[in-house]
Design a protein around this ligand. Structure first.
Ligand SMILES: Cc1ncc(COP(=O)(O)O)c(C=O)c1O
Length: 449
């Protein structure tokens, strides 16, 4: 059973009730609801050409639904639907959550939504009061999360990370001394929620070990903090065979709000995500859906349903293995190019086991500040990063993402870059690494000269 989570709701969420327009379905004559008449929908069939597991995803097969063969699915996908989602797809989602992430408590629920970005926005509105609440995040965190926090006017504070991700003991220390006189958190309200990307972290590519996941949940339990587990890279597992557990597995009372997205495991244009959480939070989110997006796109859900029913049992797992092998190869191409072209005396980079990102870190002790410089250490770190970015983009026409865009605390003494092996061609990755290596060496020479 979950406990009562009402104390975590924002003022906005406390005011949300079921819409009066959420009519019961079933054995009644409805002269009430304002639904368009299905006979007026022009869409009478859908055909998709989709890569098939039988051909190791090398050939496509056609999937066709018509108004005669699949009347319910077709009409439902054109109609307003409950905030829950398309019935057949809903069954797939339930089985998906149970198979991969089964929470450690009974009574959990899930909700189909319109992408992780929309889900995060809705979760923020459900939990946080502007100008009042505090949110914890990792030292390096997703730039869009940081941008989401600004208009929400919430206070942010970050937890130390090392090469293996966020450090639970540091989080415990931070929370034990929270708000103490003279501390950096003096006067801040104790955080309500910790936002984390435990798998293939954006921007570092780091995956939190099972032990750290368990320890992290213990700290959150101890300090009564909710967790938003934003996990779009979960299935992009590149090396180890064993599946890493979601934080939901260690959640025995409904503290974790997990976001899954179809953007990276299938295609972002669908705009479909799944939120799994305790029943109160899912009910509040679905009430919000009723008066905002209504539901995730029914057409997108139909496309997903068509693909998954064609792929059949085992087809989705086969797809994931296919995806993983594509990304593994791309990661290895990029790492090979980095090994060859990046100056090892000036930068380090990691070897991620999940996701799409490699973190390239400038060795700041090799970029010494001139003795007459008046810059503070963090300003110098930013300067080094800016210079490498400028020379790489202007002189060599290659860009990586600046590390400072992912830093909650802009005073962090760190110069780094996020590289992704997801999008560029293999030739571009190799060329890009060579050019970026030259830019790093150029900046090193000019700053030491
Ligand atoms: C950590 C993280 N969350 C969310 C998103 C966005 O996901 P969606 O396309 O489902 O909105 C991304 C995309 O880059 C991401 O890296």
């Amino acid at each position: 059973m979950t406990r009562d989570w009402t104390e975590f709701l924002s003022e906005e969420a406390l005011l949300r009730k079921r819409s009066v327009m959420a009519f019961p379905k079933g054995d009644v004559i409805s002269l009430a609801v304002g639904l368009p008449n299905p006979a007026c929908f022009p869409l009478k069939g859908v055909e998709l050409d989709v890569e098939s597991p039988g051909s190791q995803f090398r050939k496509t097969e056609r999937i066709g639904y018509t108004i005669d063969t699949h009347p319910d699915q077709l009409v439902d996908s054109c109609q307003y639907m409950s905030s829950r989602g398309l019935a057949h797809f809903d069954e797939w989602v339930k089985a998906y959550v149970e198979k991969y992430f089964l929470p450690g408590y009974a009574g959990w629920k899930y909700l189909v939504q319109s992408g992780a970005t929309q889900s995060l926005d809705a979760i923020f509105r459900m939990l946080l009061n502007p100008n009042e609440d505090t949110v914890l995040c990792e030292k390096l965190t997703y730039s869009c999360f940081l941008e989401t926090c600004i208009p929400f006017r919430v206070k942010l504070f970050s937890v130390e990370m090392d090469d293996f991700g966020v450090v639970p003991e540091k989080m415990d220390e931070l929370l034990c001394g929270w708000s103490a006189a003279g501390s950096a958190t003096e006067g801040l309200k104790k955080p309500k929620v910790f936002y984390t990307m435990p798998t293939g972290h954006n921007p570092t590519g780091i995956t939190l070990s099972t032990e750290r996941r368990r320890a992290l949940m213990e700290v959150c339990n101890k300090h009564n903090i909710l967790v938003i587990e934003d996990d779009p890279y979960y299935h992009l597992q590149l090396d180890d065979a064993a599946n890493i557990p979601s934080l939901l597995k260690f959640d025995v009372e409904g503290r974790v709000i997990r976001i899954d997205s179809f953007s990276k495991m299938l295609m972002p244009g669908l705009r479909v995500s799944i939120v799994t959480a305790n029943d109160l939070f899912i009910d509040k989110l679905s009430m919000h859906n009723e008066l905002s997006i209504h539901s995730a796109s029914a057409n997108s859900q139909l496309v997903l349903e068509m693909i998954f029913s064609k792929w059949g049992d085992g087809g989705f797992d086969a797809w994931l293995r296919h995806l993983q092998s594509m990304y593994r190869r791309r990661r290895d191409v990029m790492l090979g190019a980095f090994d060859r072209y990046l100056p090892k005396s000036l930068v380090t980079y990691n070897r991620p086991n999940h996701g799409m990102f490699i973190w390239v870190n400038a060795k700041l002790d090799q970029f010494a500040q001139p003795s007459d410089s008046t810059l503070k250490d963090y300003e110098w770190a930013t300067h080094v990063e800016d210079e490498i970015f400028r020379v790489a983009s202007e002189k060599y026409k290659v860009i990586l993402t600046k590390g400072h865009w992912f830093m909650q605390d802009k005073h962090t003494v760190c110069s780094g870059f996020r590289a992704t092996y997801a999008f560029a061609s293999e030739d571009e990755m190799v060329k890009g690494a060579e050019l970026f290596g030259k830019a790093i060496s150029d900046v090193h020479s000019s700053l030491s000269g």
